[in-house]
Design a protein around this ligand. Structure first.
Ligand SMILES: [Zn+2]
Length: 98
């Protein structure tokens, strides 16, 4: 890799002075008054300019069903009994065979 022109910490700082992240501009949803990003569908009610774009009730139901299924799997895993390995105390005779 070729070494380009020398740059100072000042140059680096000047370049990085534009790297700061800006807060998103939020406006309130006219339907539910929740803060929303501009020109996007409201995350709280699924409406855009008064029109229902996303059926939030169906979405919520789907989410709950998914969570339920996940929890069911977890409980099944918990109830699954680990295989019991029988531990026999080893005798001196058995040990000597090995
Ligand atoms: Zn809304």
């Amino acid at each position: 890799m070729s070494v380009r022109m020398r740059h100072t910490s000042g140059h680096t700082g000047n370049r990085r002075s534009h790297h700061a992240l800006k807060e998103p501009r939020l406006s309130t949803c006219p339907d539910c008054k929740a803060p929303t990003k501009r020109h996007t569908v409201c995350n709280a009610c699924g409406r855009y300019r008064g029109r229902v774009v996303i059926d939030m009730a169906a979405k919520l139901e789907k989410k709950h069903a998914k969570e339920k299924a996940k929890n069911k799997d977890r409980t099944e895993e918990a109830t699954e009994e680990p295989e019991v390995v029988e531990d026999k105390p080893l005798d001196a005779a058995e040990l000597s065979k090995k």
